[in-house]
Write a protein that binds this ligand. Structure first.
Ligand code: NDP
Length: 303
């Protein structure tokens, strides 16, 4: 039985792995996708203390290498079943059948991008619709792109695209952005950016590839927007259903845990974006990872 099982190799999970290994715990990290989490899609991180301007990919890669160098084990597979207790130990089973027994568990499963839920969204994904401007923006060099959303991700995406596209629209459902003011100011300084405030994307246009979108205003009026690409950045949703037997979830699906990262089950901790919290940032994810790992390591030694 290992000391600490960590689910998720984003900032919270990898930081937890670093701290738990440095505390002398045996650690296995489970990750269903590539290591690094959401931040790998961020072109430039400007608010992580001490690392202004670092790219999300570079930052995530360094974090992964750091955890590996300290001896954390990695299993690249999705956890399908999570059960057990502090007294008897926890059992995690992955989709491909790996079984792991652990004294403590840190859930650091992050969040997933919200989809629009429109007809044609799946068919046009990869044919004009994308959820990652850094990954796919270069395909639309010199063309027109639209970004849907008003948070930091949407505004950062629009800034990035403004540097490579001829014209960028940013479509947001309210008359005020949710993103940090510094980012909004930077965005609005680009003269090839046009805001479409108080609009949502209500329809997808095109035959074999995207040619435009239908917009609906909050007053109910509609208009057509011609664009080669639509980058969707309308927020994130948790995917914690698999943990419902070992931790309480709130109505939105986040794992209920406070700043000490303790969940309703002794021995189970939640760190980063997957837990109930106000500020979902890289720095708070890293902080959670440290807090959860120190507590889990102590507990796994019987302390
Ligand atoms: P956010 O939840 O911050 O923003 C989502 C945006 O999408 C909001 O503007 C919201 O509108 C809008 N939205 C939500 N649902 C819908 C819908 N169904 N239809 C239309 N619009 C919708 O998500 P982000 O992905 O931007 O950011 C997630 C977290 O990561 C945040 O905490 C953010 O601060 C952080 N982040 C930080 C970065 C940085 O600091 N450099 C970079 C990127 C992300 P409304 O405003 O009306 O709610």
């Amino acid at each position: 039985m290992i000391d600490v099982a960590i689910i998720g190799a984003g900032t919270a999970g990898l930081t937890a792995a670093i701290y738990a290994r440095r505390a002398g715990s045996s650690v296995t990290v489970f990750e269903g996708e590539a290591p690094g989490g959401q931040i790998i899609n961020t072109p430039e991180i400007d608010n992580f203390p001490g690392l202004p301007g670092v790219s999300g990919y570079e930052y995530a890669n360094k974090l992964f290498e750091q955890a590996q160098a300290l001896g954390a084990e990695f299993v690249f597979d999705k956890v399908k079943v999570a059960e057990g207790s502090l007294e008897e130990g926890f059992r995690l089973t992955t989709e491909y059948g790996t079984l792991c027994e652990a004294k403590t568990v840190i859930i650091a499963s992050g969040v997933k991008r919200r989809e629009m839920g429109l007809a044609g969204e799946q068919e046009f994904t990869g044919r004009g619709i994308s959820y990652c401007a850094t990954c796919d923006g270069a395909f639309f060099k010199g063309k027109t792109a639209a970004v849907f959303g008003g948070g930091n991700t949407a505004v950062e995406d629009a800034i990035y695209l403004a540097g490579i596209c001829k014209k960028v629209y940013i479509i947001h459902r309210r008359n005020q952005f949710r993103a940090d003011q510094a980012l909004v100011d930077e965005l609005l300084a680009h003269d090839n950016v046009e805001t479409k405030l108080c609009f949502t994307v209500s329809g997808i246009r095109g035959e074999d590839k995207l040619t435009g979108v239908e917009l609906t205003n909050i007053d109910g009026s509609r208009e057509e927007l011609t664009t080669d690409a639509l980058f969707v950045a309308i927020g994130l949703i948790p995917e914690n259903g698999v943990f419902k037997d070992i931790a309480e979830l709130d109505d939105a699906g986040y794992v209920v845990a406070g700043e000490n990262c303790e969940t309703s089950t002794p021995g189970v901790f939640a760190a980063g974006d997957c837990r109930t919290k106000d500020v979902r940032q890289l720095v708070t994810a890293a902080a959670d990872g440290a807090v959860a790992a120190v507590a889990a390591s102590r507990l796994s030694r019987g302390g």
